[in-house]
Design a protein around this ligand. Sequence first.
Ligand code: GLU
Length: 260
Amino acid sequence: MCGITGFTGKGTALPVLMQGLEKLEYRGYDSAGVTLADDKGLRTFKAKGRLSELRKIVENRELPQHTGIGHTRWATHGVPNNLNAHPHTNSTNTISLVHNGIIENYVSLKQMLENNGYVFQSETDSEAVVHLIDYYYRRFQDMETAFKRAVRDLEGSYGLCVISTYAPDTVFVARKESPMILGIGEEGTYCASDAPALLEYTRKLMTLNDGDIAVLKPDHIALFDAKGNEKKEEWMEFPYDLQLALKVGSDTFMEKEIHE
Ligand code: GLU
């Protein structure tokens, strides 16, 4: 379980994502990546090793997109390399996904998807989820419906963030047994696997409840329970300063991770 960041709003997504991933570096990771979305398409950049390697790849590019997702990976399925690094995309490069956790039933999902003509690029469990969302998108022709339907098929633990050219100003988020914080501010809406990634931008935060789904738009977030019923958001003003938030209630980062 490592780091996730997501953003959609008025501002430029890349600095928000990179900054957030930096704040999550203390958790350790073996590779990092981002995808940015607009109506022209998805652009994904990944690098094995430190976040500074990813920074070298993105820093001199024109990347003004307002929606994106980022990831630092701690490999559980497949070696640490560029192909296994997240985000993972579908074959038409229209849907991109980052995942923290382990999809326990990925073997049977992969089998079903391969039987339906899907070709896998990586050794990860996570890649099955992006193809599964594609599979349901083809059936329902609607990203929100496809995302919610795909999440219902998953067993195991997951923090998921998904973006798509089919809904270029939206971040789809779900979590089970893996942490996920949501945020809302002047510039847009945010998600991250831990609060320090967001505190630079907003203090209006909430925890996504286990099993719930969030749909982030530039100026609001819709919440749903596992059955798809809409829920009311319950925001709180985060009171701590950044240093404290990094290890709130624990003496060390390791202790904090064990509590989580
Ligand atoms: N199980 C996934 C993988 O091996 C996600 C690992 C993580 O949580 O970073 O790619």
